[in-house]
Design a protein around this ligand. Structure first.
Ligand code: FAD
Ligand code: NAD
Length: 402
């Protein structure tokens, strides 16, 4: 009898860790494992704001998949997933197709523009590594142009960030590091290059308590970040954001939208029933009505029964999904009962630049400043260690001293 084929779609946190766990839990003769990803590399989504600001090199955030997953054990396919044909147990890729016995969909998120006019066309997104490299280059281009083009305006130096959630705030934290370096490099007065964060809600980062939020805001303001809080962006044009009831235009040479995320569009193309772009999974992370399809990471809507809301989409959750999923695939293969996903909250930390941050850890302890920034680096390095052991940590880890 031929061995079952397990196909994992997407090599992000959920896909990489599921693949790795499957290779540990199943012997080569028990199952064939296939990992499909758009690129031959995995990237640290949680570092994309640093790539976009230019505070780390994009290569630091990029890990060749074959460096951590052995191609002798796992068939690696670098291709783009177009659609899952559930009724035929088949995945359509851009250049071929592949059948499966068990499928793991871990294709991550895409930026959600909520249909705001002009956003798709005129704003940059923090979505993947190539897009973030473009942001870094575009920002630097604006500085070089300002110095060399007599028609350049002061507002060309402005960087607008729409959305004051985690991504927007972590991004302005990095920009507060990078912009002074660019001003020095191009001999431009720092006060001319404005970093402006626009948030519709009454507060940035509402998941943290008021003291931490006020620490974050004042720390960023001290480093030159301006906030427009309670200002809803209604349109994005080539010139900048249109904001508020009086349709004020805030002009900028660089416009970045970080207003929210949703599940990968492959889910809707494949006919899954969706809740805000994601699949509401069963307790064991299977798609409803599908015995052999697991949905993980930012593609999954996983309810927190304790408070009746979904868990936020995080790398922390995605990695925990991977554990449950690998156990459950083995259980289903051998006709055993599956386990229920239980989230173990290890806390939340947001960086505010290289040496600053805020966070709430395990026992509800609040952290601000260097201890929070150090904790964020511990979390980042822990992941590298879990994925690729000491070798990967030494190669890609964040070991810069404060
Ligand atoms: P992803 O990590 O997004 O991976 C998806 C993979 O699928 C990628 O490799 C992609 O190339 C591939 N893919 C996508 N579409 C296709 C296709 N059609 N065909 C083939 N391959 C495809 N969470 C935390 O817990 N802590 C943090 O500090 C944190 N910081 C963050 C900072 C930023 C700037 C951002 C944007 C997010 C952050 N998050 C953080 C959230 C976290 O990154 C996501 O929740 C996490 O990446 C989800 O993991 P995933 O495996 O579902 O998807
Ligand atoms: P988010 O949904 O958390 O924040 C988006 C922000 O944009 C919100 O504050 C929202 O009010 C604002 N917004 C939306 N529409 C707007 C409009 N029209 N005008 C002005 N503001 C508007 O999205 P995100 O920051 O991209 O984060 C996505 C997920 O990724 C989060 O749920 C988070 O869990 C995760 N994440 C975690 C970390 C971390 O743990 N350090 C870092 C980044 C992202």
């Amino acid at each position: 009898m031929s061995k079952p084929k397990i196909v994992v779609l997407g090599a992000g946190y959920a896909g990489m860790m599921t693949t790795k766990k499957l290779t540990q839990k199943l012997a080569p003769e028990e199952a064939e494992i296939v990992l499909v990803n758009k690129h031959n590399y995995h990237y640290q989504t949680t570092w994309l704001h640093e790539v976009a600001a230019g505070t780390i090199n994009h290569n630091q955030a990029r890990i060749m998949i074959s460096d951590v997953i052995s191609p002798n054990r796992v068939r690696l396919i670098y291709d783009e997933v177009q659609e899952v044909k559930k009724d035929e147990n088949k995945v359509i890729l851009a250049n071929s197709e592949i059948s499966y016995d068990y499928l793991v969909i871990s294709l991550g998120f895409v930026t959600n523009t909520f249909g705001i006019k002009g956003m798709e066309e005129n704003a940059f997104f923090i979505q993947d590594i190539d897009g973030c490299q473009l942001i870094r280059d575009h920002i630097e281009y604006q500085f070089a142009k300002y110095k060399n083009d007599p028609d350049a305006k002061d507002s060309d130096l402005n960087i607008l960030v729409g959305g004051g959630g985690f991504t927007g705030i972590e991004l302005v934290g990095e920009l507060a590091e990078r912009v002074p370096q660019l001003c020095k490099k191009y001999d431009i007065d720092r006060r001319k290059a404005r970093i402006i964060n626009v948030e519709a809600a009454p507060s940035i980062l509402p998941v943290f308590d008021k003291d931490l939020v006020s620490y974050a805001k004042s720390s960023l303001e001290k480093r030159g970040v301006e906030f427009r809080i309670g200002a809803k962006i209604t349109e994005c044009t080539k010139e900048g954001f249109i904001v508020g009831d009086d349709s004020e235009l805030i002009e900028a040479g660089t416009v970045i939208w970080t207003g929210g995320v949703t599940g990968n569009p492959v889910l809707s193309k494949s006919g899954f029933e969706l809740t805000k772009g994601k699949v509401t999974v069963n307790g064991d992370l299977r798609a409803p009505g599908e015995d052999n399809i697991f949905i993980l990471g930012d593609c999954a809507w996983v309810m927190n029964e304790a408070d009746g809301r979904p868990f936020p989409p995080t790398a922390q959750s995605a990695m925990q999904h991977a554990d449950t999923c690998a156990n459950n695939i083995k259980a289903v293969m051998y006709g055993q009962p599956t386990e229920k996903f239980v989230f173990h909250d290890k806390g939340t930390v947001a960086s505010l630049g290289v040496t600053d941050g805020i966070g709430t850890i395990l026992n509800g302890t609040n952290l601000a400043g260097k201890p929070a920034a150090a904790m964020k680096k511990v979390v980042d390095n822990r992941y590298l260690f879990l994925l690729g052991g000491p070798k990967l940590f030494l190669k890609k880890g964040k070991v810069r001293p404060f």
